[in-house]
Design a protein around this ligand. Structure first.
Ligand code: NAD
Ligand code: ZN
Length: 388
């Protein structure tokens, strides 16, 4: 079958790879009808994520039709149309039972590698390095889905792919980011990053009762989407000092809730930005936490910092400010399965149409070019959907 594969920094190819087969009786095979490229894939594309191997199949935002199920799969059958969430979860460990699906104790066969680095292993993820399971991803014609009764959600309501596809990651991720921000009625919520995750965090902040939403980026069409679709006030961080502007907008108090929807590859300005580039270049730190530092600085005392942005390892942040300002920090890969049903309902009820973020539709074969376009933010690209 055809699949997008990783061959090193900025080297994604379309390769012929073996079609997946049922390995465990709880597996299902999905024939992919639509699959997206995520900001998280860009960390792989830019060679930031350790434990990737030549030829790994990429992708973790797929949907399609079930073509085969293992003998122990109970809730799905051939012909079902499903969206597959990016976290792989067993459904029966303590973490899954307490709905912390991205922390599943059983789904990462390479848990030891992750344990050595982090002390414990999170869940396995599709197409996201060997340290996180070494699972083949969904930017392909077919995908093997382990624990098929726990992950995929049936979408038989006739909604087109582009309206439900983003349940696979970025809609629930934006939603959990807003939920993690502990938003109270009339709070001011600041969102760094107006990519797909930031856009859904903005939408979700309103859904959860925010009084005011401020969005920060420098890419004009993304800021425009945050204003026009997200009803947010915006700050272009290249033209204005973010701290000064946020303080003047909030009478010196700072936003109550801050969301870092940028993560490890933040673009930094000034000396602070340069210091991140030098330190990562010299391998003195693994991330460029420019946004995390800025959010810590801006957040009001006693406020909440929610971090959906992906970080990889050792990161230089002023923890003294977190402590002395009594900030609450919440983060994590999204506990996807928690959000699938309720968010599908919001789409079916017409409360939200997630396809507003989609700017580029193409064939799987165009994947390598679109990785480049999306990474460089060329051609006003905000979200790519590929069809195998
Ligand atoms: P994206 O790359 O499309 O968007 C990131 C945005 O951040 C860009 O628009 C960029 O211009 C902006 N940005 C860069 N530096 C900035 C700065 N200093 N200030 C403000 N904005 C800045 O990515 P995305 O798909 O929206 O994903 C965003 C982050 O969320 C990534 O780190 C991704 O890995 C992560 N993510 C996490 C989860 C999870 O489960 N926690 C799931 C999906 C994605
Ligand atoms: Zn993703």
């Amino acid at each position: 079958m055809r699949a997008l594969t990783w061959h090193g920094e900025k080297d994604v190819r379309v390769d012929e790879v073996p079609k997946p087969e049922i390995v465990n009786p709880t597996d299902a095979i999905v024939e992919i009808t639509a699959t997206a490229i995520c900001g998280s894939d860009l960390h792989l594309y830019n060679g930031k994520m350790p434990s990737m191997r030549e030829g790994d199949v990429l992708g973790h935002e797929p949907m399609g039709e079930i073509v085969e199920v293992g003998s122990e799969v109970e809730t799905l059958e051939r012909g079902d149309r499903v969206v597959v969430p990016f976290t792989i979860s067993c459904g029966s460990c303590w973490f899954c039972e307490t709905e912390q699906y991205s922390l599943c104790d059983n789904s990462n066969p390479n848990a030891e590698m992750a344990r050595k680095m982090m002390g414990h292993s999170p869940a396995g993820l599709f197409g996201y390095s060997h340290m996180l399971g070494g699972y083949a991803g969904g930017q392909a014609e077919y995908l093997r889905v382990p624990y098929a009764d726990v992950g995929p959600i049936n979408v038989d309501s006739g909604l087109p792919d582009e309206q439900v596809l983003f349940l696979s990651d970025v809609f629930p991720t934006g939603y959990m980011a807003a939920e993690n921000a502990d938003i109270e009625e009339e709070d001011t919520v600041a969102v760094w990053g107006c990519g797909p995750v930031g856009q859904f965090a903005i939408q979700s902040a309103w859904m959860l009762g925010a009084g005011r939403v401020v969005a920060i980026d420098r890419v004009q069409e993304r800021l425009e989407m945050a204003r026009s679709h997200g009803d947010a006030e915006t700050i272009d961080y290249e033209n204005e000092d973010v701290y000064d502007r946020l303080m003047s907008m909030t009478g010196g108090r700072g936003p109550d809730r801050c969301i870092d929807a940028v993560g490890t590859e933040a673009h930094g300005t000034g000396l602070d930005g340069m210091s991140d580039r030098v330190k990562t270049g010299l391998k003195l730190q693994d991330d460029r936490p420019y946004v995390l530092r800025e959010a810590i600085k801006c957040c009001r005392k006693g406020g909440t910092l929610s971090v959906p942005g992906v970080y990889l390892g050792r990161t230089n942040i002023p923890f003294g400010s977190v402590m002395n300002k009594a900030l609450t920090v919440k983060t994590g890969q999204t506990h996807m399965q928690r959000y699938l049903d309720p968010l599908l309902e919001t789409i079916e009820d017409g409360e939200i149409d997630p396809s507003f973020i989609l700017t580029h539709r193409a064939d799987l074969e165009d994947g390598p070019d679109l990785y480049e376009t999306f990474n460089d933010k060329d051609d006003e690209c905000i979200k790519v959907m590929l069809t195998p």
